[in-house]
Design a protein around this ligand. Structure first.
Ligand SMILES: *Cc1c(COP(=O)(O)O)cnc(C)c1O
Length: 232
């Protein structure tokens, strides 16, 4: 199938899942995970209606930015972010989805303050407590959210997760609960917290049924990646 057909298919599936859950399909954002794609493919995706691109490697993203490949779309950073690379990301993307430590949060705050901007962020949650997986542990989520809400150049917009393969359902439900809890516990930021980013090619319909407001889809749009490029 062509890229255009894939985009149409994924959008139809999102709408179907939303309706099954009694939700308005319009409240769900499709973020195209564009890792390893060329400038040309990214431009084609945007021409075909993609409005949000997600990148997870700083170097690739920088090259695409230099080529102006994302023109016409929002850009999100969705991969693991090292503190020493923060300067390449802050102010260049609409949303950093993968903030998972006080140290990273403070580095983003400093960089954003230097640029005199407010950087939108999500907190990435290691929802299943997997070893060697990025994301804040659920028990530390509240204090990280508290810290984020106190930093003047950071705006907490919500939560993101990459659950274990095949484990979708229960972890999506957990995330939904964390999302509701965080909103309730941050009364001053409640209106800013509107994004629950979860669901990838294999489970985005499930994620939508469980309350995702954003899904990040790569291979279902662009085709399978070679094995040396795992999903995370
Ligand atoms: C690659 C990637 C995705 C999309 O993965 P697919 O299985 O190809 O849809 C989503 N989120 C993150 C963080 C990724 O790195």
């Amino acid at each position: 199938m062509s890229l255009e057909e894939n985009i149409l298919q994924v959008r139809q599936n999102i709408a179907l899942a939303a309706r099954e859950a009694g939700r308005d399909p319009g409240e769900i954002t499709l973020c195209a995970a564009t890792k390893i794609q060329s400038d040309a493919v990214i431009r084609a995706a945007i021409a075909a209606g993609i409005t949000v691109c997600g990148e997870n490697r700083v170097q690739e993203m920088t090259a695409h930015l230099d080529a102006d490949a994302y023109a016409g779309a929002e850009l999100h950073f969705i991969g693991h972010l090292q503190t020493n690379k923060v300067r390449h990301v802050v102010g260049r993307v609409e949303l950093i989805e993968s903030v998972d430590s006080p140290r990273l949060l403070e580095a983003i705050e400093r960089q954003a303050a230097g640029l005199d901007i407010v950087q939108d962020i999500l907190l990435e949650v290691n929802v299943a407590g997997e070893e060697r997986k990025s994301g804040v542990e659920p028990k530390e989520l509240e204090s990280l959210a508290q810290l984020a809400s106190e930093l003047p150049h950071v705006r907490l917009r919500g939560l993101m997760t990459v659950p274990p393969v095949g484990g979708g359902h229960q972890f999506f439900q957990k995330m939904r609960q964390f999302f509701v809890d965080i909103k309730r516990k941050m009364p001053h930021n409640e209106n800013d917290i509107d994004c629950l980013s979860m669901g990838m090619s294999g489970d985005y319909m499930e994620a939508v049924r469980e309350g995702a407001t954003q899904v990040r889809v790569g291979s279902a749009l662009f085709g399978a990646r070679p094995p040396r490029h795992p999903p995370i």
